[in-house]
Design a protein around this ligand. Structure first.
Ligand code: CUA
Length: 174
């Protein structure tokens, strides 16, 4: 043993102190991390809640689904219709839907399971079908014909086959 080598006793004492300090700092960092995560969680829940805060048009997905399947297409005025469109894995109900050319169509759209995308090809209709939320979009088909409803929100295995049809019947005298 040379003069510069610490004695075994000193080394042992040093390690004991160093390990105690390490344990203290590890413990403190765990406390700090926990506080940070709890704080972040608190402020997120405080600001946004754990559910979608949309009173009024938010329903229970199953209730909305039951309503929708019984309502389908409803005449709401002389030249106006409401179409209750339910998105579900992996189809649109009802389909096909018949609406008249030139009428004001209000699409009420919801989902009974996961997010779907309600897009009607060849139109500007494009919105997300959200479970528990009834979205609406108003559209008038100027031309008769068959329009495809496609799902543009990835929703699982059969997403790409989730097709629906809207058949726009020619207006009387057109
Ligand atoms: Cu429904 Cu993609």
């Amino acid at each position: 043993m040379t003069e510069n080598t610490p004695s075994a006793a000193f080394e042992a004492a040093f390690h004991k102190v160093a390990e105690r300090h390490e344990r203290i700092w590890m413990f403190l960092s765990l406390i700090l991390l926990s506080l940070l995560m709890a704080g972040a969680l608190f402020f997120v829940v405080e600001s946004y809640g754990v559910v979608v805060k949309t009173e009024g048009y938010q329903t229970h997905p199953a209730e909305a689904a039951a309503d929708f399947t019984t309502q389908g297409v409803v005449k709401t005025g002389p030249n106006a219709y409401a179409v209750h469109m339910l998105a579900h894995l992996w189809a649109w109900t009802p389909s096909p839907v018949h609406v008249p050319q030139g009428a004001e169509i209000t699409f009420l759209v919801t989902s009974s399971d996961v997010l779907h995308g309600f897009e009607v090809q060849g139109t500007t209709i494009n919105m997300t079908a959200v479970p528990g939320v009834i979205g609406s979009v108003v559209y008038t088909f100027q031309h008769a014909g068959t329009y495809n409803i496609i799902c543009n929100e990835f929703c699982g295995l059969e997403h790409q086959n989730m097709l629906g049809r809207i058949i726009v019947d020619p207006a009387h005298g057109a």
